[in-house]
Design a protein around this ligand. Structure first.
Ligand SMILES: [Zn+2]
Length: 461
């Protein structure tokens, strides 16, 4: 609301009331009507001082009141906050670019170390960015060596924010599943934990402590560091600000661009959206045995911070080691062991070529499993092998390939079918649905294995 304007007439009324005893006895309304008759008879010159006094009062008023936005916040404060946010974002981007460019200039990009960090939290304050940490993990990574070291700890903050027990319970049960305080596990001394973390980061990077985390978690990770730092008297000055938290997705984007530049590959198809999509795909989401013991046992490895930082490292290796011709080592660049059912089998070499830099590790030449699979297909295992199933190579998991006109593709429960057709269709269906390849080869299945279809069995007998 704009401040009320002063009028010359009211200035005159106030002055008149101050000067005359009878005026002080009058109410405002009486004084106004009394002064109205005097004001009418006054000349412009006589009214002048009052009018200019009113104007001065307006200016003074305007200068001292703050303009507010529709939420009642001072506009200048909001603008300042916005400017600071924009500046810190710019600072982050410039710093990431500088780190990568410096490394590239000294021909040492593949040995440059980065630290990825992640927090889980119990609860967040309703109207402030205060998070109560539950688990922390950091991982030291370079393209050449993959994961160099990992720091991981569960955190017992002792208490959670008053009145947020239900929220915390819900958050925990839907994500990391860690027991809430007072039953929480792990490190109880926040100050000690903070010193340990700072010590670990300093060992990895020296003076400048920078950790990388996904864009959406930056605020949370910053706040968790502050939470730990505020109980540390020695380090209270820095208030957790000593550790800078940067965007891992922007790092991936810049790194990928420079890596392609070094490798002399075209990078027109690389932009932030492409690298973000690759990162958020989280290809290694179900990798076993990379989480902490608690999360392995509780089957919540996806939410385990140790698993997260490890997966980010795998994602980085997967995305860039191929371009730099770095040999990937299991356990450092890629999961220590892979389950056969995870493998994605490319249909043929031609489908790989156009976007080879987007393929995941499993489609890199070294790990291609196409050959063994094909040789298995062509081995003579049964007289009723159909041409369709042997030449079939799964490409798309979402597409269902079947001949709608062929009756055999859709077995009806009570329907009568020749035995031979049943065999062919069973085999074709397994191919078409692209079921995971199990240790038991599909070819060895006999009709009797399909015991779901009871009526069919009877017909055969
Ligand atoms: Zn964990």
């Amino acid at each position: 609301m704009a401040p009320k304007k002063h009028s010359g007439f009211m200035m005159f009324v106030n002055e008149w009331r101050d000067r005359n005893a009878e005026g002080r006895r009058m109410t405002i309304a009486q004084a106004v009507s009394h002064c109205g008759s005097i004001w009418e008879k006054m000349t412009v010159q006589q009214r002048g001082p009052y009018n200019s006094g009113a104007k001065d009062a307006d200016v003074r008023e305007r200068a001292k009141t703050e303009r507010l936005n529709c939420h009642g916040q001072a506009v200048s404060q909001v603008e300042l906050a916005q400017r600071e946010a924009a500046e810190s974002l710019m600072h982050m981007k410039r710093t990431i670019e500088r780190i990568v460019m410096d490394a590239k200039r000294s021909h040492d990009l593949e040995n440059t170390k980065f630290v990825f960090a992640a927090f889980n939290f119990f609860t967040k304050a309703v109207n402030a960015d205060i998070y109560v940490p539950a688990e922390f993990a950091a991982c030291e990574y370079s393209l050449k060596e993959g994961i160099r070291s990992i720091y991981s700890s569960l955190i017992d903050p002792g208490q959670i924010i008053f009145g947020q027990g239900s929220d915390a319970k819900h958050h925990s049960s839907t994500t990391h599943n860690l027991p809430l305080p007072p039953n929480a596990l792990g490190e109880k001394n926040m100050a000690k934990l903070y010193r340990n973390i700072v010590g670990y980061l300093a060992k990895c990077q020296g003076d400048q402590l920078i950790v990388f985390t996904p864009s959406e978690n930056i605020t949370m990770v910053k706040s968790c560091f502050q939470y730990l730092a505020c109980e540390d008297e020695d380090d209270a000055r820095d208030g957790g600000q000593r550790i800078q938290v940067f965007d891992i997705q922007y790092l991936l984007f810049i790194l990928k661009k420079e890596v392609l530049d070094i490798a002399g590959l075209p990078d027109e198809s690389i932009n932030k959206f492409v690298t973000d999509a690759f990162f958020t795909k989280d290809f290694f989401e179900f990798t076993p045995e990379i989480a902490c013991q608690f999360h392995e046992e509780n089957d919540r490895t996806k939410y385990c911070t140790q698993s997260m930082v490890t997966r980010w490292a795998y994602t980085f290796s997967d995305f860039m080691c191929g371009d730099l011709a770095i040999t990937v080592q299991p356990g450092k660049h890629i999961p220590p062991k892979t389950k056969p059912s995870y493998r994605i089998i490319p249909s043929d070499a031609s489908s790989l070529a156009p976007d080879s830099s987007f393929d995941s590790f499993y489609s890199l030449p070294g790990s291609r499993v196409k050959k063994e699979n094909q040789s298995r297909d062509t081995s003579p295992t049964g007289s009723r092998r159909s041409v369709a199933s042997s030449s079939y190579a799964p490409t798309d998991h979402t597409a269902f390939t079947a001949d709608l006109n062929e009756v055999g593709e859709f077995p009806s429960l009570g329907g009568r079918r020749p035995t031979r057709a049943a065999g062919v269709s069973a085999e074709r269906n397994t191919g078409a649905w692209n079921l995971p390849r199990h240790s038991r080869p599909l070819q060895k299945l006999s009709d009797n294995d399909f015991s779901v279809n009871g009526t069919e069995k009877k017909n055969q007998k």
